[in-house]
Design a binder for this molecule. Structure first.
Ligand SMILES: [Zn+2]
Length: 679
């Protein structure tokens, strides 16, 4: 919706160090700012921000990006939300592309619903402190549970009066329409014309969206009246869908990311209580049992979930259900069961926060252990039930990705069930084979579908494929948001790594700089001409049909080469900051932030005063290209001598020897040129 010019204006106005500085304390060091990374726990700073390039990079966990990427990662904004945030910060009016009438109406209605919800939240929060009943009933309830005023504020807690329509009257007086009051469910309009508040005489827990807007409420009754429901929740509306949101996520999201773990509890009070006890990475599915959408929300921040449940049988059942669902979504699940009759809130109140934290740390169980313990307690000596339970446990064990861990569970289960490990192992193998076959069929079907949609890429037979290092683990190519990128980005045994890196670094940092080169005119005379560094490098590398062994470098090079060929603007920091491939993004940004230290080291090693890089750019460029080529020739020579050793006929050997002679000559020439540059 935001048009291109506005995006450009926002990006131009943005100072990345200000944006990140609001969340991380940064110190200036040289051209960069550094601080402790907000995405992983560290004591010594490895998080770099480059104001001139508008990018950040953590050398600890590998996260990198521009200001928009930072907000998306840290605040979990969507792309347009991040842009809007920056536009607000720098006072840039947003020019939206024309919305249709229908879209406008919808937008207005949604805004109206958000407004009245926010208005209601402020009203309820105010009553908690400034109304006699609010203080006597609501505030004293929260204070009794050990909740500080600060926590009450963080969660926007409030109180609503007992009367029939106090809130509705107040909202109407402030100009809110009956339509928005009805749509948010704050007011109930009866057919007989009677109007009354949905929430009466309750303590109020507002439910926030991920970006912190009030979407709905959950009200808890405090009186002992039997007929009143313990909790009343807002109905689903245009802005609120209870199966798509978790209570406390807005307040917990950063703690979840940082701890790389999420505690899942049953009720709102538990969430607030856990926060009060210093366990801030806690959320609850409020008003529903856990849904797949809610799990996917957690997954945006961490794959690790610990389910906290009451020790009664209903609690155990709920925990079992949640555990299965979480596992189906590929989460790493652990479980903590509280003693019978206790929940996180009551436990924290009885024993205090230190004890609660200690209990959580010591009572965490792996889900397989938890499940088999619970199921086995249930079996007693019923042989039919025993077989069923056995099958169920084995199916759960089959979900464990680690082989040794699976074996451990098999042994444990065998011991508990008094069975031979062999029988269980066979059962496990059968289950896993069925699973693998199903996955294989699925994959086959997917590939066939993809093949019919896409013609195969043409293969150029003339060019040998780039030498790909084998068995190198680059980590997953794309990693979901919120997850850590691999720290070691570059393949370690690429023999030409240093030379390739140097060239790519030049491209990234000085690609658009102009240098003077010698070209031949029509009469074969050398003439000086101007070219960009990118043009020179692309020309030299493509002219000799050279490739980068590191596939990430090759991708970066290709982007430059395409831009040069089509005379488009060269790829810049923003392009790489938003690049979909994490490896490309992290590598490019780290080379840009680490800008150009290689030649500095070279001068230092030779005990020559480090010159200003800018003035020696031309020499550095020549040297980098020549050493890159020299390394590539060395690689060809090495391959050549291997083939000579392996050659079967004298004819083959002759051809290979001739090739060797040629290569040696090229190498000699390269060295000659290189010496001229170096000395
Ligand atoms: Zn980090």
């Amino acid at each position: 919706m935001i048009n291109k010019e506005t995006i450009d204006r926002i990006m131009d106005a943005t100072h990345i160090e200000d944006v990140i500085g609001e969340f991380v304390s940064l110190k200036k060091r040289g051209a960069n700012h550094i601080g402790c990374c907000p995405f992983h726990n560290e004591k010594t700073p490895s998080f770099y921000v480059s104001p001139s390039k508008g990018i950040f990079k953590c050398f600890g966990c590998g996260k990198s990006g521009n200001a928009v990427g930072f907000l998306m990662e840290h605040e979990h904004y969507s792309y347009p939300e991040a842009l809007r945030y920056l536009a607000r910060k720098y006072n840039i009016p947003i020019e939206e592309e024309e919305m249709t009438e229908e879209q406008k109406e919808r937008q207005n209605e949604r805004d109206g619903l958000f407004h009245v919800s926010e208005f209601a939240q402020k009203y309820f929060a105010d009553l908690l402190y400034n109304d006699e009943m609010g203080r006597a009933i609501g505030l004293s309830y929260f204070h009794q549970r050990g909740m500080s005023d600060e926590i009450i504020k963080t969660f926007g807690l409030g109180y609503c009066k007992e009367g029939w329509s106090d809130f509705t009257d107040h909202a109407r007086r402030n100009g809110y329409s009956d339509l928005v009051l009805e749509k948010t469910g704050l007011t109930i309009f009866r057919e007989d014309g009677k109007v009354y508040d949905r929430f009466r005489g309750r303590v109020m827990f507002p439910i926030f969206s991920i970006s912190g807007r009030v979407m709905g409420f959950s009200g808890r009754v405090l009186s002992k009246e039997k007929q009143a429901a313990k909790y009343v929740n807002s109905p689903d509306s245009e802005i609120y869908n209870k199966s798509h949101i978790l209570y406390g996520l807005f307040q917990a999201k950063n703690a979840i990311s940082k701890a790389n773990k999420c505690y899942l509890v049953e009720g709102n009070v538990d969430v607030v209580s856990m926060h009060q006890s210093g366990v801030c990475n806690t959320v609850a599915s409020c008003g529903t049992s856990l849904t797949n959408e809610q799990i996917r929300l957690i997954k945006r921040y961490t794959p690790n979930v610990t389910v906290l449940y009451d020790g009664d049988s209903a609690g155990i059942k709920a925990a079992l259900r949640a555990v299965n669902l979480l596992f189906e979504e590929g989460m790493h699940v652990r479980v903590v069961l509280f003693p019978d009759g206790e929940d996180p809130d009551s436990y924290a109140q009885k024993y205090g926060s230190t004890q609660l934290q200690e209990y959580l740390a010591t009572h965490e169980e792996n889900f397989v252990k938890f499940k088999s313990r619970v199921l086995l307690d249930d079996v007693q000596n019923d042989p039919i039930r025993k077989t069923e339970v056995l099958k169920e446990i084995v199916q759960t064990i089959a979900l464990v990705p680690d082989m040794l861990e699976r074996q451990e569970y098999i042994s444990e289960t065998a011991f508990k069930l008094h069975m031979s490990e062999q029988v269980l192992t066979q059962e496990l193998a059968k289950t896993m084979a069925a699973k693998a076959q199903k996955a294989w069929k699925e994959e086959n079907r997917r590939q066939q579908q993809a093949a019919t949609q896409q013609a195969p890429a043409p293969q150029d037979p003339g060019v040998p494929p780039p030498l790909m290092p084998e068995e190198e683990d680059y980590g997953p190519a794309t990693i979901g948001p919120g997850h850590t990128a691999p720290t070691q980005i570059l393949p370690s045994h690429n023999p030409a790594e240093a030379q390739e890196k140097q060239l790519i670094s030049l491209l990234l940092n000085f690609g658009s700089r102009k240098v003077t080169i010698e070209t031949l005119d029509d009469n074969g005379q050398e003439q000086p001409a101007e070219a960009t560094i990118a043009e020179v490098i692309v020309d030299e590398v493509c002219g000799d049909e050279l490739k980068f062994d590191n596939p990430v470098y090759q991708t970066i090079f290709d982007l430059f080469s395409q831009a040069v060929d089509s005379q488009q603007p060269l790829p810049d920091a923003n392009l790489f900051a938003m690049h979909e491939d994490n490896m490309v993004r992290n590598t490019a940004l780290s080379l840009m932030i680490n800008s150009y230290t290689v030649s500095k080291q070279w001068y230092e090693k030779k005990h020559i005063a480090v010159p200003c890089i800018e003035t020696h750019l031309r020499e550095d460029l020549d040297q980098s290209i020549l050493t890159f080529k020299q390394k590539k020739v060395d690689q060809l020579l090495e391959a050549n001598s291997y083939r000579i050793r392996e050659s079967k006929t004298p004819e083959d050997t002759d051809i290979l020897m001739a090739e060797r002679k040629q290569l040696t000559e090229i190498r000699r020439l390269l060295c000659q040129k290189l010496n001229r540059v170096i000395v």
